[in-house]
Design a protein around this ligand. Structure first.
Ligand code: 13P
Length: 249
């Protein structure tokens, strides 16, 4: 049984004060939820405040990026050790916006995932095809390459700690969700490739779907066998809509 993960990626939204107001409104709405890992990913400056507010609750905190070194002369970057110290338990790695706007490569993603695992953080490893790649019929080739390169040299014993997020780029922020069938096809394919790499341990990997997840489409997505949760952007910014997604059952 894979415990579902519902993670809210706030991207570059919310000041610390706005983040705190969200958490105060959100915690009572999800207080009774068990057997779902609930994750909030605020921008870096709010991680400490959010982590302090959720301490002792059923909600955990993620960053949206991480560097692969422990420390060093890397202006503007934040290390896994610093994130753990700030109270984060997860970090989003390889989001398509970072790949697109900050030239993040599969190799950098791989180094970041290894560094996160070494620091005891759960990586939420994002991958997904663009619209032109889907239309060219290369979705499976693209996600396979991203998966294998991103997880290169990571042993099967780490599998339970790895979360994969399939986020088709054409579905992000567009209101155009992948159909549950389209998502399940890719998730099943990814699970198969994970099995090729990690054998039975692949069964423990949570594979999330991301891209225009909303309160009204989460249940049909979650009904699919290989969809183990969601990475939510826009609909995670309001406490009531994100709480509805968390309470998808
Ligand atoms: P939206 O839910 O706004 O489409 O964003 C998805 C996403 O990129 C989450 O990481």
């Amino acid at each position: 049984m894979r415990v579902p993960v519902i993670a809210g990626n706030w991207k570059m939204y919310k000041t610390s004060g706005e983040a705190a107001a969200f958490v105060r409104a959100f915690l009572p709405l999800v207080a009774g939820v068990r057997e779902v890992e609930i994750v909030l990913a605020p921008p870096f400056p709010s991680i400490v405040a959010v982590a302090e507010l959720v301490r002792g609750s059923n909600v955990t905190v993620s960053s949206q990026n991480v560097h692969f070194a422990d420390e060093g002369a890397y202006t503007g970057e934040v290390s896994p050790r610093m994130l753990a110290d700030a109270g984060a338990t997860h970090c989003i790695i390889g989001h398509s916006e970072r790949r697109q706007y900050y030239a993040e490569t599969d190799d950098a993603v791989n180094r970041k995932i290894k560094a996160a695992l070494a620091a005891g953080l759960t990586p939420i490893f994002c991958l997904g095809e663009t619209l032109s790649q889907r239309e060219a019929g290369s979705t499976f080739d693209v996600v396979e390459a991203q998966l294998l390169r991103g997880l290169n040299d990571i042993p099967a014993k780490e599998a339970p700690k790895v979360v994969v997020a399939y986020e088709p780029v054409w579905a992000i922020g567009t209101g155009r969700t992948a159909t549950p069938e389209q998502a399940q096809d890719v998730h099943a394919f990814l699970r198969g490739r994970l099995k090729g790499m990690w054998d039975d341990a692949a069964e423990s990997v949570r594979i999330l779907y991301g891209g225009s997840v909303k309160p009204d489409n989460i249940a049909t997505l979650m009904a699919k066998q290989d969809i183990d949760g969601a990475l939510v952007g826009g609909a995670s910014l309001a406490a009531d809509s994100f709480a509805k997604i968390v309470k998808f059952k």
